[in-house]
Design a binder for this molecule. Sequence first.
Ligand code: TMP
Ligand code: ASP
Length: 236
Amino acid sequence: MEKLQQLYEGKAKKVFATDDPELFIVDYKDDATALDGLKKGTIMGKGVINNRVTNFLMQKLEKEGVPTHFVKELSDRETLVKKVSIVPLEVIIRNISAGSFAKRYGVEEGIVFDQPTIEFSYKNDELHDPLINTYHALALKLATKEEIETIEKYAFAVNKFLKAFMLENNIDLVDFKLEFGRLSDGTIVLADEISPDTCRFWDHTTHEKLDKDRFRRDLGNVEDAYKEILHRLMGE
Ligand code: TMP
Ligand code: ASP
């Protein structure tokens, strides 16, 4: 597999073409941003950890019946994935109040919900990823009704698996963000990443934050939190 020209550089990853038109290579960076890129920094070793953790979880999700873009881990930071066009919706599932939910509705963090919630943001940095409902998404032609139904079904399936799997490792899955893509034939698959950048993980016993909130909120020990997640999930 030959790595060809860079197609795209995002805040945390780069995407490269390959000699197969249906395959891309993603390359995970140590760069970290928050507040729509306003806050910038480096989390040493993050790219390696997010690559490994994402691939590990995506392979497990495939077995649970959630199709993903994952093809093959190529190196510490590089993964071969199926070419998708990203559906410009950030899909957020929450099990416990935190972050923008707590702020928006004026409640404390840490309220355990009876049922998970789902919400969508329009993936658009200039507009600050505004919250959007499914009617708005349809009006803006971001996805079809069928695609949104499929995305919701997969997102809840990810939550069911991931919540239970994290708890086996004494971690509460507070909330997380997913992105989906369309293959050339229109099939919806899970894309992007599932990592401490895109999930809130709290230690079940101590409630210690083991995710990017340590960077967003300047809590210190950011690298250690990422390493702890890698260690608990993969024993490394
Ligand atoms: P929020 O509480 O700030 O809306 O975040 C909800 C979840 O989404 C949290 O697990 C972090 C993740 N997230 C991203 O992956 N990317 C983002 O740009 C934002 C704002 C949140
Ligand atoms: N990655 C997002 C940004 O830089 C925000 C976040 O994860 O908090 O805007």
